[in-house]
Design a protein around this ligand. Structure first.
Ligand code: ATP
Ligand code: IP8
Length: 252
């Protein structure tokens, strides 16, 4: 059985424009959907990833750290990583309250980037957790980067890396929007090339997003071997039940 990977967007589970503010109701609803899907047998092997929202992005933008521009200051690294661990703890608690056997995986302690920016993020701990019946929960983070100190690692990049290493057969990204929208704000059902959506694709609505919003998401998902779905919070249950809500991105 190949795992399903679901990313909970930071813009969903936090109030992205207010520093370190959780959207508790949205996180509860997402945790409900995950717990129901696992209880009902819709999904047996699940990897969760969550983004930064107002926890990671706020501190990263204050420190001027992006996915390519790093910082050699440990205090910057700890501010960003610490905020992400706090958010991760909120996510874990809400899952545990519902009986989901979630375990944290902190990328800062697991991987690194080389001088070309290429990511090495081992997944053997996540694979073993899955085999043992746990739900690994990874998160956007800072990561040691050759020549840069630490840079930001987005949850989207973790999703694509995890999908490849773990041979995921389903990948879902839950954001605040019901899918990738065209110029008339209609959901584009399928994207097979960046040009399909290029005109409408922008970054994130949040000022403090350092990882590139929807345009970066689409680019990364087009590189993935498996089809990926981008959908809104109301469709988490449908995605876990095997449907393809929102936009399906199929690069190859
Ligand atoms: N064509 C588009 N279709 C849909 N959303 C778009 C589009 N162009 C820009 N966006 C913006 O991209 C945002 C989604 O990217 P964002 O990085 O904020 O999401 P996230 O993954 O939920 O959050 P985080 O990066 O904190 O994890 C949407 O909320 C929207 O503001
Ligand atoms: C800003 C940090 C630390 C994480 C970014 O992850 P994302 O929200 O998935 O882009």
């Amino acid at each position: 059985m190949n795992p399903t990977i679901l990313k909970l967007g930071g813009s969903v589970i936090t109030e992205k424009d207010r520093a370190e503010t959780l959207d508790g109701a949205a996180l509860d609803a997402a945790a409900d959907a995950v717990a129901e899907a696992m209880e009902g047998g819709d999904v047996s092997e699940l990897v969760l990833v969550h983004g930064g929202g107002s926890f990671g992005h706020h501190h990263a933008s204050e420190a001027g750290v992006t996915t390519t521009d790093g910082s050699g200051d440990a205090a910057d690294a700890i501010a960003i990583h610490g905020a992400m661990k706090t958010l991760n703890q909120f996510v874990l608690s809400r899952l545990h309250e519902r009986g989901v056997p979630a375990l944290p995986v902190h990328p800062l302690s697991a991987g690194a980037r080389d001088a070309d920016g290429d990511l090495d993020l081992p997944m053997n701990q996540a694979a073993t957790m899955l085999n043992e019946g746990f739900v690994p929960v990874l998160h956007g983070d800072v990561i040691a980067t050759a020549g840069e100190g630490v840079t930001v690692l987005s949850g989207d990049e973790i999703v694509t890396t995890a999908a490849e290493h773990l041979s995921a057969d389903r990948v879902g990204l839950c954001s605040t929007v019901p899918g990738v929208l065209d110029g008339n704000d209609e959901v584009i059902p399928e994207i097979t090339a960046f040009e399909d959506a290029a005109d409408a694709l922008g970054g994130s609505d949040a000022d403090a997003d350092v990882t590139g919003g929807m345009a970066a998401k689409v680019r990364q998902l087009l590189d993935l071997g498996a089809p990926a779905s981008v959908f809104g919070p109301e469709s988490i249950g449908a995605f876990l039940a095997g449907e393809q809500p929102g936009t399906t991105i199929r690069g190859r």
